[in-house]
Every structure is written in structure tokens, then in C-alpha cells.
Design a binder for this molecule. Structure first.
Ligand code: TRP
Length: 370
């Protein structure tokens, strides 16, 4: 399979060390305790950043800041999406105002999906799951790229910003950042730049720090927005961003969980049987091919997808995780046992989550178009 890595398509193995170097992002070093309470930060699942210090300062000095990110509403909401959603909750707790863009224009330009379909998927899949995971309606703005606001002043400001940004970009700059680019994708990039920058306009929150948590595939959009924002006649606080590892797909620890490949993901609506079947049948194992060899040589948790799900999402207890890791490496814990533990953890989480989803359905109106 050919490897592809750009903001619209990720296929094949991901080499994070190379990406950090090529993109020029900084590795995330020591963070305040507030962050380290969360496994995503403590375990370096969020592993790199640009200008995060500005956000840390805002938190310390109790100054206003915004967390802004977006989603392309295609297909099922899966475990990979939960990695991003958990960061909304963390920043919400830290006092951020939360902005979430439903990238329906981008889904149309990059995937040919209609605005109606995007709206339906965004409401039934993404937003319902965010609420079920614990997002509170306080200080949250969720909007559609095609329908920014019922308030014309706000809408005009958001779309005008996209045009002002376009006026100051050059074609060679787009080619340098994206390589392969077409007018539809260009428009999406500029709209995403407006997504990230518009919270600082006077019609919204005014000049203030904004942190954008994304998968590292989205960094080209940040580079473009950061560069353009320095050249336009409106003054912005430079954008901050953080980058998380992509949750692996079932097929391999270096791949990406993707809703376009049904055998790669576990959806938050999957039932117990589906989860059991997917993990047992598809989850790539770091174990040896025979039990005898496994007992002798041990397994490799680094490439074991079940172990990675425990590390990145499911096992909060560091001691327990370490114990599983050591026992698997030594060959004492078998692949079958590791998979069973993962299936049980997943199904416990999903059972609770699916109950929350039912309650969440009634709350959607509190989140969209206030
Ligand atoms: N391009 C993002 C994706 O494919 C979605 C997106 C739209 C976004 N606007 C954004 C992400 C602003 C971060 C910030 O998932």
C-alpha cells in the first residue's frame, strides 16, 4: 500500500519522529500537574505543540482563552474521535471557552458529501457522543461551516475573515504547504484558518490566546493560518496548537483508525458482540504465533493494538498498565488474555457510554444554534 499523509488523507504507517522534524513542531516536555492528571498528557499521547506556553500562562493567570477545533463529519464516531473529545473536556475544566466547527464545507470539498448528510452525521454521531462523554453546554459554541450564526454580524465577520486571508495568500505558498492542491481544498484551508482565528475578532471573544488540539496531519493548516495571520491587517495573538498521536486502527499500531475502513475502527455505538469479534479477529497482535514461542520469547506491547488502546484510552491506572506491559513482554500474559482484558474494558466503557448517549439525544438543542 502506498503511504499518504496530508490533512485530507492518511494511509499506511506513520513516522512521528520524521513528522516532528519535517513540520518543525516542538516536543511536549514537562507540563503542570493539572495536565498530568490526564493520561493523554501524562503518557504523551498529546506529544507535540506550537506555542503552548501562552495557554499555560493564561491558565496560571486565570486569563480568558479559547480552545478551538473542528471535525469533518464523515462516517461513524469511533475511538479515535474520543481522543480529541477528551481534550475538549480537559480544556473545558481548565476554564476555556470551547469552539467546535463542524466542517461540512470541507466534507463537501474533500469528500463530496452533501451538507444535509453532514448535518445529520454531525448531530447523531459527533455531537451526541461529545455530550455523552461529558461536554457541558456552558461556554461551548458548536457551529457549521456553512451556517456560522443566525446573527448576521457574526456570520459576516467569519466569512469576511476567510476572504481577507485569501487576499493575502499566494499560490506558491499553498503549493509549498500542501503539495497537491485544488480550488476546493484551498477554500477549505482558508475557511479552516478562519475557524481557528475568528474567535479573536471583536464580534466573538476579542483578542485572546486560542489553542487548537489536532492530529498532526492537520499541522499544514496551522502553518498556513499562522503565516497568513501575521500578514493581514487585523491583529491576532499567534495560534497555539497541540498534536496527538493518531489512535491506531485495528490492523496495526502505526496505522490510523479511520471511519472509511470498517475493519479498522470500533464505533462508540458498537455492541458487545461486535467489539468482541473485532478485537479477536482483527486487532493486530504483538504476540508470537504459537503459545509455546510466546511463553519463551514474550510479546511486544509496542506494536500490539489492544495494548495501545489500553495505554491511550482505556486503562487509567498506571500500575495496572505497567503490570500488563511487563507480563506481556515476559510471555506470561498471552495474546488471548490481553484481548479478553481489552474487550472487557471496552465493553464496560461502551455500556455506560451508550446509556449516556440516550440521555444526550435530548440535550442536542442546548448545544447547537443558541
Ligand atoms: N480539517 C479538520 C479535519 O479534517 C476539521 C477542521 C475544520 C478543523 N476546521 C477546523 C480542525 C479547525 C481544527 C481547527 O478533521
Amino acid at each position: 500500500m502506498k503511504n499518504t499523509f496530508n490533512p485530507w488523507e492518511v494511509k499506511g504507517d506513520i513516522d512521528y519522529t520524521k513528522l516532528v522534524r519535517d513540520f518543525g513542531v516542538s516536543e511536549l516536555k514537562t507540563l503542570p500537574d493539572l495536565f498530568n492528571k490526564e493520561i493523554l498528557f501524562r503518557r504523551k499521547i498529546v506529544f507535540a505543540h506550537r506555542d503552548l506556553q501562552r495557554i499555560l500562562d493564561s491558565i496560571k493567570n486565570k486569563k480568558k482563552f479559547v480552545m478551538m477545533t473542528g471535525l469533518m463529519p464523515t462516517g461513524k464516531f469511533h475511538l479515535g474521535h474520543a481522543v480529541v473529545a477528551k481534550q475538549f473536556l480537559i480544556y473545558q475544566k481548565l476554564g476555556a471557552k470551547i469552539y467546535i466547527a463542524v466542517a461540512d464545507i470541507e466534507a463537501y470539498n474533500a469528500r463530496g458529501q452533501s451538507l444535509e448528510e453532514s448535518r445529520k452525521i454531525a448531530l447523531e454521531e459527533y455531537i451526541t457522543n461529545y455530550i455523552a462523554l461529558g461536554l457541558s453546554p456552558k461556554n461551548v459554541e458548536i457551529y457549521f461551516q456553512s451556517d456560522r450564526s443566525k446573527d448576521a454580524k457574526k456570520s459576516n465577520a467569519y466569512y469576511s475573515l476567510q476572504n481577507i486571508l485569501a487576499r493575502h495568500g499566494t499560490f506558491s505558498e499553498f503549493k509549498a504547504v500542501y503539495g497537491d492542491i485544488n480550488p476546493g481544498k484551498m477554500i477549505s484551508s482558508l475557511l479552516q484558518a478562519s475557524d481557528m482565528l475568528h474567535p479573536q475578532l471583536p464580534e466573538f471573544e476579542n483578542f485572546c490566546p486560542v489553542v487548537v488540539p489536532v492530529g498532526i496531519d492537520q499541522d499544514p493548516h496551522l502553518r498556513l493560518a499562522r503565516d497568513l495571520s501575521k500578514r493581514i491587517p487585523i491583529k491576532f495573538t499567534q495560534l497555539s496548537s497541540t498534536y496527538h498521536l493518531m489512535l491506531p486502527g485495528l490492523k496495526g499500531a502505526k496505522s490510523k483508525m479511520s471511519s472509511s475502513d470498517p475493519n479498522s475502527f470500533i464505533a462508540l455505538t458498537d455492541n458487545k458482540k461486535q467489539v468482541k469479534n473485532k478485537i479477536n479477529k482483527y486487532a493486530f497482535s504483538g504476540g508470537q504465533d504459537t503459545l509455546e514461542k510466546h511463553k519463551k520469547l514474550g510479546g511486544n506491547p509496542d506494536i500490539d493494538v489492544s495494548f495501545q488502546y489500553l495505554r491511550m484510552l482505556l486503562e487509567e491506572d498506571d500500575n495496572k498498565l505497567k503490570e500488563i506491559e511487563n507480563s506481556y513482554r515476559s510471555g506470561k500474559l498471552t495474546t488471548g488474555e490481553l484481548k479478553k482484558y481489552t474487550i472487557d474494558k471496552l465493553n464496560t466503557f461502551l455500556e455506560k457510554h451508550q446509556k449516556e448517549r440516550e440521555k444526550a439525544k435530548k440535550k442536542i438543542k442546548d448545544f447547537v444554534h443558541k
